[in-house]
Design a protein around this ligand. Structure first.
Ligand SMILES: Nc1nc2c(c(=O)[nH]1)N[C@H]1C(S)=C(S)[C@@H](COP(=O)(O)OP(=O)(O)OC[C@H]3O[C@@H](n4cnc5c(N)ncnc54)[C@H](O)[C@@H]3O)O[C@H]1N2
Ligand code: MOO
Length: 420
């Protein structure tokens, strides 16, 4: 048996980033950038008004109380020369006309005289206006040529806004990791709503993995169910290989039972077993292998929480590595109730999270941690991770937590260490 850390190292070491492809921005949400994006434009692209009001030249003649003729009017999108001395009516977003360097908001002026069509002819300023006031200068958000998004960044709506503002219509993204799922077990009823015969259960691992991997940006090319015999399993593996997958995830038949044929079947298939069994709870009998044709195989134990742990703590790092993303930042919270984990095992505990009245994030393991229980998983907010050396953990100590989602929904920057 090798430790979780060693297992992850063995799993990730030979992985390389998947090839890139071009993707329209409209389809890029959830994709991972293959290259750094440099800005083809400055943002703002020109000096413009931040308020509806009047553009003027700040200085001695534009103090509060001064009176001015209004020459011309500019709305966002208007261009052209503004002639004459004085001020120019301007709307938010309009390019600042040549020769002007400040804007006074319309409500900080008084209209002294209107033209017959109602437009302002002469105004008085109510405030002193300094140079640059209410002006957004070109390039102050993004200078042209700046690195705006790093390779490995997942494109979320905020990145779509930035790229759209820069006029970037297509981006180079990492090809989605292609994954095949194979659920083993003759007890599995595959029709999701079909009635169960005696001894049968609904397949919950397949739909869970399909949902979780899809959310994490993988392309789930198939999800098959096979019985507890070698040949259908190997045939499913062969189909996955032919479909050109990067990763096969199987569930079940990987432990000590008479019908736990997966380890032998993989060896028979010529797979190189990277490790089998990791000292952790749940999910200990997990096996990882590499097929001679290239794809990785993660054979997860069939128990639902062993599948959830395998997906979150083995599959997710593999997907990140395939997409050129570094390791996840570690999140911590305050342990809300004492724990006495079994020494030598890494424990993954389903937990609820809340912010206490001092603003500290508290994490409490749910009461029922047996690996067959799905209800507490559906009610949980996060995982608590207690490493192999954790020993007895007192309430109040900081512990590592991880999101239930494979791709962490919370973005964190490197900041000061969290200490409760
Ligand atoms: N003698 C030992 N027995 C077991 C050990 C052990 O060390 N010695 N380890 C236990 C642990 S830990 C786990 S986890 C399980 C894993 O066993 P398998 O990977 O062989 O999984 P199965 O026996 O096929 O299934 C386990 C359990 O999960 C249910 N299951 C399977 N597939 C699905 C599915 N797609 N959807 C929902 N539920 C599924 C299956 O019916 C079983 O109840 O082994 C322990 N035994
Ligand atoms: O790995 Mo398990 O502990 O029965 O799910």
């Amino acid at each position: 048996m090798i430790s979780y850390r060693d297992a992850i190292e063995r799993l990730l070491a030979p992985l390389s980033i998947l090839p890139s492809e071009t993707c329209a921005l409209a389809d890029a949400t959830g994709r991972v950038l293959a290259d750094t994006v440099t800005s083809p434009l400055a943002l703002p692209s020109f000096d413009h008004a931040a308020m509806d009001g009047y553009a003027l030249k700040a200085g001695a003649s534009s103090r509060g109380g001064s009176e001015h003729h209004v020459h011309g009017s500019r709305a966002a999108g208007d261009v052209g020369h503004i002639a004459g001395a004085g001020v120019c009516e301007i709307m938010t977003g309009a390019r600042l006309p040549q020769g002007f360097d400040a804007v006074i908001a319309v409500e900080r002026t008084e209209m002294l005289q209107a033209r017959p069509d109602g437009t302002p002819h002469r105004i008085r300023l109510l405030d002193d206006i300094a140079h640059d006031r209410n002006v957004r200068r070109m390039g102050t958000d993004v200078p042209r040529g700046a690195n705006v998004l790093a390779a490995g960044t997942c494109i979320e709506p905020a990145q779509v806004m930035l790229l759209a503002a820069l006029g970037v219509g297509h981006v180079a993204v990492v090809r989605r990791p292609r994954v095949a799922i194979v659920c083993t077990g003759k007890e599995l009823q595959t029709g999701p709503t079909a009635s169960l015969r005696d001894g049968q259960i609904h397949n919950s691992n397949g739909p869970y993995l399909t949902a979780a991997l899809g959310r994490a940006g993988a392309d789930v090319v198939s999800c098959e169910t096979v019985d507890d015999t070698v040949h259908p399993y190997l045939e499913a593996l062969q189909r996955a290989v032919e479909a050109g997958v990067d990763l096969v995830i199987s569930t079940g038949a990987v432990s000590m039972g008479r019908y736990d044929f997966v380890p032998a079947a993989l060896r028979h298939f010529g797979a190189q077993v990277l490790f089998h069994k990791v000292p952790m709870r749940p999910g200990k009998p997990l096996l990882a292998a590499r097929l001679h044709t290239g794809p990785l195989v993660l054979a997860l134990p069939g128990t639902p929480m062993a599948v959830a742990v395998g997906a979150r703590f083995f599959v997710a790092p593999v997907l990140r590595a395939m997409c050129g993303q570094g390791s996840e930042p570690t999140l911590r919270a305050v342990l809300a109730s004492a724990q006495h984990p079994k020494p030598g095992l890494r424990h993954f505990l389903r937990a609820t999270l809340w912010l206490d009245d001092r603003g500290q994030l508290q994490a409490r393991p749910v009461d029922q941690q047996e690996p067959f229980r799905i209800q507490p998983f559906a009610n949980a907010d996060a995982w608590i991770v207690l490493d192999e050396q954790a020993g007895d953990c007192a309430a109040g100590m900081p512990v590592e937590i991880a999101s239930l989602e494979l791709a962490t929904p919370l973005r964190l920057s490197t900041g000061p260490d969290f200490s409760p």
